[in-house]
Design a protein around this ligand. Structure first.
Ligand SMILES: Nc1ncnc2c1ncn2[C@@H]1O[C@H](COP(=O)(O)OP(=O)(O)OP(=O)(O)O)[C@@H](O)[C@H]1O
Length: 274
């Protein structure tokens, strides 16, 4: 029996275009007080692509991530140069309000941070209140968001129970659902699995891959296997002694891991330091 060939052009046409924002850091430099910690970072984070930020501790990955939804400025001594564009509009410019920036560019943190005494359903809807959004069918939004975060089947019968009763991995997926409920264009994830066991980690990674074409994802990770499993674009950050961090190399994840151009990238991805 012959196996029919797949017409790639038809398959490509049939696949829906990825949804999500295009986020671009342009010559981003950061300071804490007089200390410069990041130098001239240029990274384009495309829709339909998971971008991984990798590099040893202290090289500025989280700082860069926090510039991407204006969380960097929450630190009183923090300053920034350069620009961050969301679909071509500067998120630091006058045209975009801060609440709109934070709605369109969500963040998931290292440690799951649901409101523990609040119900599971209320946690999902909490972002609506914070961003001043109204929805016609709250129950539908709760279900859709939990489904997108891969948590629905596990919690559908206890939506009124407190979120504090969920496992760590479930709490992290609840936080992802809470972020998704306000329809962000971009989801920033700062080591989202570092507090989780391997099974929960795999579940989050599956969720990331399921969401890839629905929202642009940028993830900071120390786990090289994770970067390879979930990302398609990868940027390697490094800070030399007493120097600010910078991007040494970036490109398709496969190339960064199999054929890095810079010997420092090769040393890092092969575990020779960091
Ligand atoms: N709130 C802050 N005040 C002063 N310095 C800070 C602050 N946050 C970060 N830094 C400094 O900025 C530099 C970059 O830190 P950052 O957390 O961005 O690095 P990182 O690559 O994300 O590290 P890790 O992988 O350990 O999280 C470090 O030298 C750090 O000490």
């Amino acid at each position: 029996m012959t196996v029919p060939e797949v017409d790639q052009s038809v398959a490509a046409e049939a696949a829906p275009a990825p949804v999500g924002g295009v986020l671009e850091g342009v010559q981003v430099s950061c300071w804490f007080g007089a200390r410069k910690v990041l130098e001239g970072v240029d990274i384009k984070m495309d829709a339909g692509v998971v971008t991984a930020l990798i590099g040893p501790s202290g090289c500025g990955k989280s700082t860069f991530l926090r510039t991407l939804n204006r969380m960097h400025e929450l630190v009183p001594i923090a300053t920034l140069a350069g620009s961050v564009l969301l679909d071509g509009h500067d998120i630091y410019g006058a045209g975009l309000r801060l609440t709109e920036v934070r709605r369109r560019i969500g963040m998931v943190f290292q440690k799951p941070n649901p409101f523990p005494a609040m119900t599971i359903a209320d946690n999902v809807a909490a972002g609506l209140r914070l961003t001043g959004r109204k929805v016609r069918d709250r129950d539908d939004l709760v279900e859709t968001s939990l489904r997108r975060a891969g948590l629905w089947n596990e919690v559908r019968n206890r939506l009124g129970a407190p979120a504090g009763g969920l496992s760590g991995g479930q709490q992290q997926r609840l936080c992802i659902a809470r972020s998704l409920a306000v329809s962000p264009d971009v989801l920033l994830m700062d080591e989202p699995c570092s507090a989780l066991d391997p099974t929960s980690t795999r579940r989050i990674e599956e969720t990331i891959l399921e969401l890839k074409d629905q929202v642009t994802i940028v993830i900071v990770t120390h786990n090289m296997q994770q970067a390879q499993r979930v990302s398609q674009h990868c940027a390697f950050f490094l800070a030399a002694e007493d120097e600010p961090g910078r991007v040494i190399e970036q490109g398709p994840t496969e190339q960064i891991f199999s054929d890095p151009h810079d010997p420092r990238t090769a040393d890092y991805v092969n575990g020779r330091f960091g």
